[in-house]
Write a protein that binds this ligand. Structure first.
Ligand SMILES: [Zn+2]
Length: 138
């Protein structure tokens, strides 16, 4: 077990986002932040960063998950419209099934990523002290 190593300065936003996308702690880059596929640990095992820092904290993660899912379905719709305009005989059913599959599967697959990405965004907006708590709360 590694010792607690809280960084004194938060890394740049792009570094924290990349760590979030790769399911690592946005502050220290440590892995193993998931308790289960759909639940983060309370704190980072490496730097002790508190992930859920207040009631309703994960609302931002839900918004990210929703935006990514709906965004990809929107892109699929745009591609379909482009294909359909250029080739009107294209069948509709495969596109609808793909859209439904994207709408159902993507939010489930992206769920843990949305949490670590949100943790990175929140950490960028609200830097933490060495205790892992928000600086505005001391
Ligand atoms: Zn950490």
């Amino acid at each position: 077990m590694s010792a607690l190593v809280p960084p004194t300065v938060n890394p740049p936003l792009r570094t924290m986002l990349w760590r979030g996308i790769t399911l690592r702690c946005p502050r220290c880059g440590g892995g193993r932040v998931l308790r289960s596929p759909f639940k983060l640990k309370d704190r980072c095992p490496r730097c002790d960063l508190l992930f859920e820092r207040e009631e309703g904290f994960w609302l931002g993660a839900y918004v990210i998950n929703f935006a990514v899912g709906e965004g990809l379905v929107g892109i699929l719709l745009m591609v379909f419209l482009f294909v359909k305009i250029n080739s009107p005989s294209v069948p509709l059913a495969p596109w609808i099934l793909t859209g439904i599959a994207l709408s159902v599967v993507l939010p489930i697959v992206f769920f843990p990523f949305s949490r670590t990405v949100w943790a990175a965004i929140d950490l960028a907006m609200n830097p933490v002290g060495e205790s892992g708590e928000r600086s505005r709360y001391g």
